[in-house]
Design a protein around this ligand. Structure first.
Ligand code: SAM
Length: 274
């Protein structure tokens, strides 16, 4: 590790993990090494770390020479991180809520950002939806999440966890479930198993929705009543269209349609509104 990137060794003042900020700090060196290896940081990379906390992965990421923008909401941890890495020229701290953070303020270059983070579990789904708005700026995202959320992200039609999160994530990204992390890797220990997932925005979008807001509307509306038939749960969206003109069988349930089916349905609805 290059000494110029290690930052100062400043003891963290007594910090009790704050539940409202979803704080579970990584303590396991082996897991930290595996996460950093999955990110494969290097000089020339532009990393955005969400919730660096006590800097468990921040330090090795900076040691690679990467430029790192850290977004941390907790004011005390932000102040500590600021002094800990004050002498590291490639480090910038933003004391901010990631859900309100404008990633476009960091770069205008397409596919330049590597987003990483052991996300606070209470905001992981809204955080992923927020970041997907910037997918053209993102090279890849490597997150620690609750295992159950990773299963939802990777779920295929027919799987129990299949739903809105997986469909929208897979519309924009390739989803890879990398490895699981036990509760004992953290302090305090969470009640659930965690997992590392990589989301890589598609270089070429094979399936194109003519309106992504229509696709989101259709998927959200369908899964708000996932036990009903499509005829019932999509009633308000399809009322002006003859069933024969729709590319899907309305007697099916939302969980029976693939991503391709949702894109085709959304494109038919967009065309009908023009
Ligand atoms: N990265 C550290 C680690 O692995 O040990 C900490 C991970 S902890 C699960 C989540 C971190 O996200 C905490 O540092 C917490 O303060 C921060 N956080 C919580 N809500 C946030 C938000 N809305 N925006 C940015 N950071 C947030």
């Amino acid at each position: 590790m290059s000494p110029s990137y290690t930052g100062k060794s400043i003891a963290l003042p007594e910090h009790r993990a704050r539940k409202r900020f979803g704080q579970n700090f990584l303590q396991d060196d082996n897991i930290i090494r595996r996460i950093v290896a999955a990110i494969a940081p290097g000089a020339g990379q532009h990393i955005v770390e969400i919730g660096p906390g006590q800097g468990a992965i921040t330090t090795p990421l900076l040691a690679s020479g990467a430029r790192l923008d850290a977004i941390e909401l907790d004011r005390d941890l932000a102040a500590w991180l600021q002094s800990r890495f004050a002498d590291v020229a490639t480090f910038s701290l933003h004391q901010a809520d990631v859900l309100k953070f404008d990633l476009a303020s960091l770069t205008t270059s397409e596919r330049s950002l590597s987003i990483v983070g052991n996300l606070p579990y209470n905001i992981s789904t809204p955080c992923i939806f927020h970041l997907l708005k910037y997918q053209s700026l993102i090279h890849e995202m490597t997150f620690m999440l609750q295992l159950e959320v990773v299963q939802r992200l990777a779920a295929q039609v027919g799987d129990n966890q299949y739903g809105r999160l997986g469909i929208m994530a897979q519309y924009y990204c390739q989803v890879d479930h990398l490895f699981d992390v036990p509760p004992g890797a953290f302090h305090p220990q969470p009640k659930v198993t965690s997992a590392i997932v990589r989301l890589t925005p598609h270089r070429e979008q094979k399936l194109v929705a003519t309106s992504t807001s229509m696709l989101q509307d259709v998927v959200r509306t369908a899964f708000s009543q996932r036990r009903k038939t499509l005829r019932n749960c999509l009633k308000t969206l399809i009322q002006d269209i003859k069933p024969d003109d729709l590319p899907v069988d309305l007697s099916l349930r939302p969980e029976n349609l693939s991503l391709t089916d949702y894109v085709n349905l959304s494109n038919t609805l967009s065309a009908a509104r023009q």
